[in-house]
Design a protein around this ligand. Structure first.
Ligand code: NAI
Length: 258
């Protein structure tokens, strides 16, 4: 069990990719603290994936620094340490560039960029105090480096997040804390179903940019998170890697099967 004795905190873990990461790290032997703003869904997830000895849940809004600080404190109180932090919670708003209001901008950037920034800070502070290093994984997106004006706030937040990853990696390397990012392509979760993919046309558009020919599964992101959080990735820090079915490196498009 590669994470036995380790404690992992995962935000946005009530469903989707966060939940898959929680299940994977749990299966790899970690005790996990799962956090989400959706208390009801979080309670269901806890009941479905673990027991009080290995799973603890905490309701929090990652866009509030005090909630994030309290999350880390609660994790330490419950399980004694924080060794892996996965800043996964995120939202997307699909809208025209000129329709984006100040409120929309603050909302998306608050959850997707400010949230992980203070998540990194709080986790790193705790890991430094513990004195034996740790790993922080930030959930980015292929949209961090591709321009889709329909999700401008999302793309801006994820672009900024990659710089949170790289600046923090340099800041905390002396403490044996690695900070890495994962930038998925299109993964079939509730976030995507009905928003990013809202019609047969958008599905075909996405697949025309996906050489592997299908959308990803949340577990295929979780396995990358598990690798990055493990000693198998001990010489990696500051990078964001992309489980995206080949989208980022594709020039033009590929044929889509019916
Ligand atoms: P999802 O919408 O299924 O799950 C997100 C979770 O975050 C939900 O449980 C939600 O309640 C929680 N959350 C939202 N706001 C929060 C807040 N303020 N504080 C705490 N929790 C909050 O989304 P999905 O698809 O699982 O995405 C997870 C992460 O992966 C996000 O950061 C997203 O940007 C990223 N991602 C997803 C991709 C996809 O295709 N599904 C592709 C690339 C990145």
């Amino acid at each position: 069990m590669k994470f036995s004795g380790k404690v992992a905190v995962i935000t946005g873990a009530a469903r989707g990719i966060g939940r898959a990461c929680a299940e994977r790290l749990l299966a790899d032997g970690a005790r996990i603290v799962i956090a989400d703003i959706n208390a009801e869904r979080l309670a269901t997830t806890v009941a479905e994936i673990g027991n009080p000895d290995n799973v603890f849940s905490y309701v929090c809004d990652v866009s509030k620094k005090s909630d994030v600080d309290d999350l880390i404190a609660a994790a330490v109180k419950k399980f004694g340490s924080v060794d892996i932090m996965v800043n996964n919670a995120g939202i997307a708003m699909i809208q025209d560039f000129l329709d984006i209001t100040e409120q929309d901008y603050d909302k998306v950037l608050g959850i997707n960029l400010k949230g992980p920034f203070f998540g990194v800070q709080a986790a790193a502070r705790q890991m430094i105090a513990q004195g034996h290093g740790g790993v922080i994984v930030n959930m980015s997106s292929i949209n961090s480096g591709l321009a889709n004006p329909k999700v401008a706030t999302y793309a801006i937040s994820k672009g900024g997040l990659n710089q949170v990853t790289s600046t923090a990696a340099v800041a905390f390397a002396p403490y044996n804390i690695r900070v890495v990012g994962v930038g998925p392509g299109t993964i079939m979760t509730e976030m995507v179903d009905g928003s990013f993919i809202d019609s047969e046309e958008t599905r075909r558009q996405i697949l025309s940019r996906t050489p592997i020919g299908r959308c990803g599964k949340a577990s295929e992101v979780a396995s990358v998170v598990s690798f990055l959080a493990s000693d198998d990735a001990s010489y990696m820090t500051g990078e964001t890697i992309y489980p995206d079915g080949g989208r980022r490196i594709l020039n033009y498009t590929v044929p889509v099967e019916d």
